[in-house]
Design a binder for this molecule. Sequence first.
Ligand SMILES: [Ca+2]
Length: 464
Amino acid sequence: MRFFKSYAKLASSIAMAAGLAVTPAQAQVAACRFVLGFQTLHSALASVAGDCVDDQASGGNGDALQHTTKGLLVWRKADNWTAFTDGFRTWVNGPNGIQQRLNTQRFPWEWGVQHSAPPQSALTPTNPSSSVIATGLEVPWALSFAPDGRAFVTERVGRIRIVQSGVLQAGVWATLPVAARPGNEGGLLGLAVDSDFSANHFLYVYYTYAGGSGLANRIVRMVDSNGSGTVDRVLLDGIPAGGNHDGGRLAFGPDGKLYATTGEAGVPALAQDLGSLGGKILRLERDGSVPADNPFAGSYVYSLGHRNVEGIAWHPEGGLYETEHGPSGAAPFCCNDEINLIDPGVNYGWPAVYGNQSDPSFRDALLQSGAATTWAPTGAAFIRQGPLAGSLLFTGLQSQALHRVVFGADGRTVLFQEQLLRRQIGRLRDVEPAPDGLFWVLTSNRDGRGSPSGDDDRIVRVSW
Ligand SMILES: [Ca+2]
């Protein structure tokens, strides 16, 4: 994984070496050579980087440094990439090849910074309490808070409802013509409130519909006006849809882009097809255009090789994490649900690999459920403050649990995990941070695969 202890780390490496000189040195050390990654980067940038001035040396923080007549080559221990800086600009040999930026900038994928070590308080079992916010919903799928305090919640059957001041409103904010059937996975799925909602009143919705050539998923923009919602424009259409594996999560990243997760719609090969939007994580501008810095020029595809992704969340110190459903067939083609750390342009393997197979062509998961256990993981969120800061939360349908996972400072090593509320409120579809720092969890007991109680489905508030 391409963790890089932020630009600050490179900058500090450079600063520490300043006495030795980012200032070009004049004399070349006899017989000094570039090695390994330095050689690759230097060969590509020979005229920019200049000649070898000294031998490779330790930067003191685990990085390797080597001065040239025009600057400094650095191998970054934290993310295993090499970079060259002339003191003003930096060329990084990263996931998209060699890219140049100003020293003061960072690429989106460099947000995968080294994290602070988790607090010790996060590494022991916890016992959260829960209280019911709302009952009587029909397969709530996604929930997003507006800055005015309203929570918008989708019901898979096609309704968008509002919870205001902790009370589910009787009226429906909007109804969409979705294709939803009990036991199937399509319908009205993800929802994300615009980060500038106060000014533009926009929110974004992902849903399955029956079109002229069968089922498809689309992302639309909606506008809030006088307490109800209407579709303003279609941002992206033609996302593959099927009875199962419809993806559907929407979320704004810290870069202000809209991310959408898709499934391969029951056609596994789509996940490896860069020409298909199925089995991918997509990245859009909020007007529906393709961001200029997406990893594949002109394409919405941000990462590929996914089976069915229903949850994404950004660590408060950087890094996009996702939850993904593994195969559901008989062993050995069973289970192996995944938690992945997403880098742009990277292939996560489905259907060529499932579980972790250390195939260098694909990226392995950080955590998986194993060949005998299914979580059916869904929504995800990070705890951003307090004694559990940095914990990843994700919900599970099959596990009927709210999972909490703590990663180490490398953002990858699992230090602790536990399953909360297990079998207490049934199948769980989403977890969303509320403005008060607590979390709201959505049940999914009326989805055709559960055992609903009289007041399902519910929105439950969880606190520690
Ligand atoms: Ca995978």
